[in-house]
Design a protein around this ligand. Sequence first.
Ligand code: ATR
Length: 285
Amino acid sequence: MTLRAGVMGFPISHSLSPRLHGYWIRKYDLDASYDAFEVKPETLMETIEGLKRDCAAKGDVFRGCNLTIPLKETIVDQVDVLESAAAEIGAVNTVVVGADDRLFGRNTDGIGFTDNLAAEIDLNRFKGGTALILGAGGAARAILYALAQMGFSKILLSNRTRARAEDLAKSLKKVPIEVADWDMRDALVSTADLIVNTTSLGMRGQPPLQISLKALKAGAAVTDIVYTPLETDLLKDARSGGHIAIDGLGMLLHQAKAGFEAWFGVKPEVDDALRAFVLQGLNGD
Ligand code: ATR
């Protein structure tokens, strides 16, 4: 009996998740598989139900899947149980098929973000602190939720399109967000204990992120969700100023742990060997 899972999205060919989960399946020597499925929003539910049936017919079990763009919001109203983080964030990145056949919708992006930071720094330093978040797109939602859970008392949200930041702040009522103009970002740097880039700026092929870290407090940390390149100019700048800089690949690795454990029954480890293996995939090896 093979336990099956996978990642669904459109497009899906660039997803690193099969490489990541495949590594763990081999490492823990499991009778399991994890595949990529190209799925459009209108066929998501029938694809999941079809996989459940097809697997059962072969004596296998379809245990669930990760969802990526554009499916994370599609399924929110369609799962049987929407777990609290997913409800708060308004998006599901992990679906688990329960023993009773019900679909559970989770969001592990926030915990992935938090665990990635926790691997490098003591998060207690952020209790009551201020975070500066750049960008208000899809990736920002889970990160804002995670920051509130970490105990930041003020989250400054700066986005090129201010209205988008305002909508996000309104929809995340439990998160203490103050919206700031995009042009104010340099002026806000001095107040931040943590800066997070959630925009696509600085990614290979995209314009650079322009921000001056000159006024950043000693002991403040900087993290970027961009991981191509792994060491973005933002992180280079932070490191050269003596600050803690945390790259975005770890968020991808850490968000995957909870799904893997729920589907396959093994709590997997994020270590340097996994990181190196996923990085090889990123570099096209
Ligand atoms: P996703 O949902 O995957 O996060 P997105 O919704 O397109 O992607 O969000 C990308 C983020 O990068 C947004 O915050 C976007 O700002 P806008 O809301 O103003 O579009 C930001 N972004 C992209 N290109 C930018 C640029 N040239 N300057 C400033 N911000 C930019």
